[in-house]
Design a protein around this ligand. Structure first.
Ligand SMILES: NC(=O)c1ccc[n+]([C@@H]2O[C@H](COP(=O)([O-])OP(=O)(O)OC[C@H]3O[C@@H](n4cnc5c(N)ncnc54)[C@H](OP(=O)(O)O)[C@@H]3O)[C@@H](O)[C@H]2O)c1
Length: 305
């Protein structure tokens, strides 16, 4: 109870709970104002990558061992993707693969143990993925990257590189991984795509989903939040919440910069701030700077090893 009281009076609580709830209500309000008028995708049971030659598209999903990432791995492997599951626990990766294969043994899955908050681990992943692709009989490219790994940190802590853990996991990892895997995405013989689920870089917003995302929140508070959200009819299961991710992943190849929300191919306008070109440019420059800094630091580490 003491931990719950301390948390409710902290800045983190107000930043996360209140701001998130506020933006969520705005998104539902926008959805309510534009019923059925903004369906942007093809039905999510088809794929823009299907080709008569039997080409099997490769999809990389970060944070694939729980919640939305695991649900996306289930759904996309069932739709014929070779799904590369990225997670930080070998035990959870093995368990997720077993769960998916129990439901459908004909799926194609590969697991990589990666800590996305560590640039060094991302670099190793890029090398291992390239190696695995070149050893396989598949085309040396990927068609879909889903940046999904994320945390809801209730206290501020730093990564080994000195970055805020939540910023490194939810934002920097998506930026860095997209940059590192760009050559493999560009090498694709069919249009490739990046989908961002993480809270800093929404492109697909799942709404409120009952997952393990609140694992750091005192259990009496997360339990209460789930009860209230359920009573309001807002709480979804991962199998339902994943639909906006699938909409973004399976939308027509020419679709870009769209904010999927609410499933059934529906989209809403993202926040006013996201249309601020100057801010966008500053964010891009700052992220590129951090990316180059991490690259330089890892080169120095490799040289001194
Ligand atoms: N649930 C919602 O209502 C909601 C709403 C909006 C957006 N989102 C976003 O959806 C995404 C998925 O969240 P979720 O709700 O499915 O939560 P979740 O059940 O907690 O899943 C998060 C996944 O990310 C992984 N992960 C965390 N840190 C990692 C790291 N450093 N390296 C590798 N993997 C890491 C976790 O692995 P471990 O299991 O090993 O920790 C887990 O597989 C997040 O980006 C979240 O911000 C969720």
């Amino acid at each position: 109870m003491k931990a719950a009281l301390e948390f409710v009076t902290s800045m983190e609580f107000w930043r996360m709970a209140v701001l998130w709830a506020f933006y969520l209500l705005i998104s539902y309000w926008k959805l309510f104002l534009q019923p059925n008028s903004n369906s942007n995708s093809r039905p999510s049971n088809s794929s823009p990558w299907t080709s008569p030659s039997g080409f099997r598209p490769v999809c990389v999903i970060t944070g694939a061992t729980s919640g939305l990432g695991a649900a996306a791995a289930h759904a996309l492997s069932a739709r014929g993707f070779f799904v590369v599951l990225v997670g930080r626990s070998s035990h959870l990766l093995a368990k997720t693969i077993m769960d998916i294969k129990t439901q459908n043994e004909n799926v194609h899955l590969k697991a990589f143990e990666v800590d996305v908050a560590s640039f060094h681990s991302l670099l190793q992943f890029k090398a291992s993925l390239q190696q695995w692709l070149s050893n396989s009989e598949m085309h040396p490219s990927i068609q879909l990257l889903i940046n999904n790994a994320g945390i809801l940190a209730t206290s501020s802590r730093l990564t080994s590189q000195g970055y805020d853990q939540m910023m490194a996991t939810n934002y920097l990892s998506a930026f860095s991984l997209s940059k590192l895997l760009l050559p493999l995405l560009r090498n694709s013989p069919v249009p490739s795509r990046i989908v961002n689920v993480t809270s800093f870089t929404h492109r697909s917003d799942p709404g409120v989903v009952e997952t393990n995302i609140m694992r750091e929140v005192p259990s009496c508070l997360s339990g209460l939040a789930f009860i209230v959200l359920k009573l309001l009819g807002l709480l979804q299961s991962p199998e339902i919440g994943v639909s906006s991710i699938l909409d973004a992943a399976l939308s027509p190849p020419e679709t870009s910069g769209v904010y999927y929300f609410g499933g059934k191919g529906r989209t809403v306008d993202s926040s006013v701030l996201s249309y601020n070109a100057k801010l966008g440019e500053e964010l891009w420059d700052a992220s590129t700077h951090l990316f180059l800094e991490s690259q330089l630091a890892s080169k120095e580490t490799f040289t001194s090893e």
